[in-house]
Design a protein around this ligand. Structure first.
Ligand code: AMP
Ligand code: MG
Length: 428
């Protein structure tokens, strides 16, 4: 990662910058302007590249399909032989199957029995589907008005033409892309290397799974939600455990993280007035800003760059509350990591749903409420906010279908108003 980084300069370019009431979009703008994508690539077998970021444009080396072929089971013919009036009657010259082409040229006035995917016989440009046809002896007969010249034929190169861009660099590879590369005969592909992301939790009250739960303590759940979100993004995840509230432990953990990762994520200990050492150690180890974001949940957020010897790493200091961790991750860390992974920016689609109830809100901050979707009889979606919206209530995050986003300028949404919902699940 680049050592030349001037956070103060980037911040000075953001209009209306106020670290104590920073808009979500302004924070995101600082983050995106600061971080550069990883440059190194690796070559992988096509299947291993699922979920990875394509490093170079892929230019199609062949035409797909490689030849004109039939889109239907039926009879291939010359469009010029379609009768102007009345039934078309053609003699059957032979047959062509997928993988077993009809050889030679179909004489004028003849048709070739053909199956889907079979190469179009020389001379033929049209296919009449078999359900329209009747066969009498060695003739095929079908009524007028069902096909026009050129119908039911797939053209050579209509999917991908040789020499044309098939996939752009920066694409996050999905199942269709793997199939597309296979259709070009590719066995391997160049992708950006995985982003290495290290995280740890901070707080003396935290216990790890497997330890007894002492009085006043909670199990550390953030390392599990973070792990899941990072795995889903295709990062190399480094879990550094729970770090106690003492300066040596915190500094050692930050040092290790900076040495081994591109990005370091901490949770807990970034609020004002915390009785711990994370804030001060972060401030000493690099260029870090502490923000209060105009959002709910998830107000405190630290961002910057840490240094340890010759190493540097980007830092996200997330709040400790389990829901706040997830919401700030989705709002800031996820888009930032995608950018660092080299992925081209993608719009985040949102569902417009009818609010089932009044959602109180003041303009001047972005609010994220956990929502449940139901389909209305008229085909629209309705969303209702889950009862307990406490920022520690992880069960509501688990139940929710997505986050109702009440944007910065928005005020109270009334029951029946349309609101935006960020969905947790996608098709691929
Ligand atoms: P903090 O941001 O450190 O003030 O923490 C806010 C709240 O989140 C406190 O109730 C913490 O106990 C809780 N918390 C902090 N870290 C974690 C974690 N890793 N897992 C579960 N709860 C946490
Ligand atoms: Mg704490």
């Amino acid at each position: 990662m680049t050592p030349s980084f001037d956070l103060q300069h980037i911040i000075s370019c953001v209009s209306g910058y106020d670290p104590n009431a920073l808009r979500v979009d302004a924070a995101l703008a600082v983050i995106q302007a600061s971080m550069q994508p990883v440059q190194a690539n690796e070559r992988l077998a096509v299947r291993a590249a699922l979920g990875r970021v394509l490093a170079q444009d892929i230019i199609s080396p062949i035409d797909v399909p490689a030849h004109d072929n039939s889109a239907m089971d039926g009879y291939a013919l010359r469009g010029a032989d379609l009768a102007a009036q009345g039934d078309t009657v053609l003699s059957i010259a032979g047959r062509g199957l997928a993988g077993h082409a009809f050889s030679g040229e179909a004489p004028a006035g003849s048709a070739v029995r053909i199956m889907t995917g079979a190469v179009m016989p020389a001379g033929c440009d049209t296919v009449v589907p078999q359900e329209f046809c009747r066969v009498e002896g060695d003739q095929v007969i079908f009524p007028p008005g069902l096909v026009r010249p050129g119908d039911n034929r797939r053209l050579r190169g209509e999917d991908l033409a040789r020499g044309k861009a098939a996939l752009p660099a920066g694409k996050l590879l999905r199942p269709a892309d793997l199939g597309l590369m296979a259709s070009l005969g590719m066995a391997e592909v160049s992708v950006r290397r995985k982003l290495r992301v290290a995280f740890f939790s901070s707080g003396d009250e935290l216990r790890s799974v497997g330890q007894p739960l002492d009085p006043g303590c909670v199990y550390d759940s953030n390392r599990y939600t973070l792990w899941g979100m990072l795995e889903r993004l295709g990062c190399e995840v480094i879990d550094l455990g729970v770090v106690a509230d003492n300066p040596q432990a915190v500094e050692a953990a930050l040092r290790t993280a900076t040495e081994c990762a591109d990005v370091v994520i901490t949770s807990g200990g970034v609020s004002v007035g915390e009785a711990d050492y994370l804030r001060s150690t972060l401030a000493n180890m690099g260029e870090v800003v502490f923000w209060r974001i105009a959002m709910r949940p998830g107000r405190p957020l630290a961002f910057g760059q840490l240094r340890a010897g010759a190493h540097s790493a980007w830092l996200f200091g997330l709040p400790g509350n389990p829901v706040a961790v997830m919401v700030t991750f989705y709002a800031f860390v996820r888009p930032a990591l995608l950018h660092c992974m080299g992925a081209s920016p993608q719009p985040q689609p949102m569902l417009r749903a009818v609010s089932a109830q009044t959602l109180r809100k003041k303009p001047g901050r972005t609010e994220y409420q956990r929502g449940l979707l139901t389909a209305l009889p008229d085909g629209r979606w309705q969303v209702s906010a889950i009862g307990n919206q406490g920022s520690g209530v992880l069960s509501s995050m688990s139940q929710a279908h997505g986050l109702i986003v009440l944007h910065h300028e928005q005020s109270t949404a009334q029951a029946g108003d349309l609101v935006d919902v960020l969905l947790f699940d996608g098709l691929v």
